[in-house]
Design a protein around this ligand. Structure first.
Ligand code: FE2
Ligand code: FE2
Length: 250
C-alpha cells in the first residue's frame, strides 16, 4: 500500500496512535522527516500494513484509515524576524554600561568617605553596592556579547562625594538611584519603540531592581532619622549596614 502524498497518514481506527509507534498528540500532524511517501519509511509502512494478513488474522473492519490533512496545517506562515541588534540599541546599551560602572565608581568613593568618618558598617554597605553595580554593568555587557553587539567601554568621571553625615550620604544614594531608574525607563521606551523584545525582557529585571534600590535607600534614611546622627542609634545602624557582605542574587 502506498500513500499518495505527504498530506496523508495512516492511523489505527479509533486511536490517535501513529504507525511508527509514537503517540500522536496533534491529529493529522506528520513531523518533518517522518514522511511516509518515500524511502525506507514507505517500506516499513507497507510491512506494517501487510502483517495482519500475513498472519491470517483478518480484522473484521479495516484497522487503519487514511486521513486527509488540509494543506493549511503544513504551511503556517512564519513572519521574517530580524534578530540582529540595531545600532541605536547597541549605543544605548553601551551608555547604560557606562552608567552602571559610573554608579559602581560612585559607591566606591562613598565607601572611602565612610571609612574616613569611621563608619565601617556603612563603608561595607557601599562596597557591596559597588560590587552590585559592576554586576549590573556586566549583565548589559553580556547581553551585547550574546546578541552579537560590541560592548564599547567609555570614560568614567571622577566621583564627587562630599557628605558629612550618614543621612546626607543615603539622601545622595536615593537621588542617584532615581536618576538610574529614569535611565532604565528611557532605555525600556527605546526597546519598545524599536521592537527589541529580548532587551525588554532583560529590562524587566532592572525595573524591579530599581524599585528595590530606591526602597532600600529610603528605609535607611528613615532609620537614620529615627536614630539620630550620633550616639548609640547610629552605631547600631552602622553595625546593621555592615551585615551586608554580598550583592543581591539574580
Ligand atoms: Fe545599577
Ligand atoms: Fe540592588
Amino acid at each position: 500500500m502506498r500513500l499518495r502524498s505527504t498530506c496523508e497518514e495512516i492511523v489505527p481506527v479509533g486511536s490517535n496512535r501513529l504507525l511508527n509507534g509514537v503517540e500522536g498528540t496533534a491529529k493529522g500532524f506528520i513531523p518533518p522527516g517522518r514522511r511516509f511517501d518515500s524511502g525506507r519509511e514507505t517500506g516499513d509502512l507497507e510491512e506494517r500494513v501487510r502483517s495482519p494478513y500475513r498472519e491470517n488474522i483478518r480484522p473484521k473492519k479495516p484497522w487503519y484509515s487514511v486521513q486527509r490533512i488540509p494543506p493549511s496545517n503544513f504551511h503556517v506562515p512564519i513572519p521574517a524576524i530580524d534578530s540582529s541588534m540595531k545600532e541605536k540599541i547597541v549605543d544605548a546599551v553601551n551608555r547604560q554600561i557606562q552608567a552602571e560602572f559610573q554608579s559602581a565608581y560612585h559607591y566606591l568613593a562613598m565607601s572611602a568617605r565612610f571609612e574616613e568618618l569611621n563608619l565601617k558598617g556603612a563603608a561595607q554597605w557601599m562596597r557591596t553596592q559597588w560590587q552590585e553595580e559592576t554586576v549590573h554593568a556586566m549583565k548589559f555587557f553580556d547581553f551585547l556579547v550574546r546578541r552579537g553587539g560590541s560592548p564599547r567601554l567609555m570614560v568614567l568621571s571622577a566621583p564627587e562625594t562630599e557628605f558629612n553625615t550618614a543621612a546626607e550620604a543615603f539622601e545622595e544614594t536615593l537621588e542617584h538611584e532615581r536618576r538610574v531608574t529614569a535611565l532604565i525607563h528611557s532605555l525600556y521606551d527605546l526597546a519598545v519603540e524599536e521592537k527589541d523584545y529580548s532587551l525588554q525582557t532583560l529590562l524587566h529585571w532592572f525595573i524591579d531592581e530599581q524599585v528595590e534600590e530606591e526602597e532600600a535607600a529610603e528605609e535607611i534614611i528613615q532609620s537614620l532619622k529615627l536614630a539620630g546622627e550620633s550616639g548609640e542609634g547610629l552605631l547600631l545602624i552602622d553595625r546593621e549596614l555592615g551585615q551586608r557582605t554580598t550583592p543581591e542574587e539574580n
